[in-house]
Design a protein around this ligand. Structure first.
Ligand code: SF4
Length: 222
């Protein structure tokens, strides 16, 4: 049976996060999320039945081909939680075959093992810290699956979050890149830099969400 995806929006913009931050990408945002983070900035897309268009894989590949013809080589799958869409593995494979580098932004609460196949996306996986209210949902078994091209992103909104991020990094010893990212408006990026210095976090990077600085933090479709 043909897979139907709930597409909230699609647009071309720069990647705001991850290893290809600053590069143009086609964003495919899907509705539905299995978490409810206290500081979520896409709450409007989190219900499965949030405003969306129902699309098939050929339609999504068609959107991607149009972007490819305009010089775009990155596709970012986002949400909500994009990996909850039935058939997402098939879509990822189709996008890779079309010539894209595919990045999946995932929330740490979906098992990644089944996506570790030949045509796998690059993952930017969040680890939700205490201020999100969602840490209990984190699947720690995902962390050892992340490889050098993947990113583990710890989003910090408080001092408690910083300390917990430090514990996670030192206990789990991720093999992928590790980013600390501030919850916009909750903690100063300068405080995160201070913390990195205090703890000697030499292999960790500070990441700012570029979109929040370029556009209005509430702006959609950018
Ligand atoms: S996982 Fe992401 S989309 Fe879902 S509630 Fe948390 S921040 Fe929002």
């Amino acid at each position: 049976m043909e897979k139907i995806f709930s597409l909230a929006e699609h647009f071309i913009s720069i990647n705001g996060e991850g290893q290809h931050a600053g590069e143009l990408a086609l964003f495919l945002r899907f509705t539905g999320c299995n978490l409810r983070c206290s500081w979520c900035d896409t709450m409007w897309a989190n219900e499965k039945n949030a405003p969306h268009t129902e699309v098939t894989i050929p339609q999504l590949i068609g959107i991607a081909r149009d972007a490819y013809d305009r010089g775009i080589r990155n596709v970012t799958l986002t949400g909500g939680e994009p990996l909850l869409q039935e058939g997402i593995g098939e879509l990822i494979s189709g996008l890779i075959t079309t010539g894209f580098r595919v990045e999946a932004e995932t929330n740490g609460a979906v098992p990644l093992e089944k996506f570790m196949v030949k045509d796998r996306p690059v993952f930017t996986m969040d680890y939700k810290l205490p201020s999100s209210g969602m840490e209990g949902h984190m699947i720690k078994e995902n962390i050892p699956l992340l490889e050098s091209d993947d990113t583990l992103k710890l989003v910090c909104g408080s001092e408690e979050d910083l300390l917990r991020a430090y514990e996670v990094i030192t206990e789990e010893k991720p093999a992928c890149r590790v980013y600390l990212s501030p919850v916009f408006g909750s903690i100063e990026p300068a405080r995160i830099v201070e913390f990195m210095k205090e703890k000697g976090l030499g292999g960790v990077r500070l990441q700012l969400q570029l979109h929040k600085f370029i556009w209005d933090p509430q702006e959609r479709g950018v």
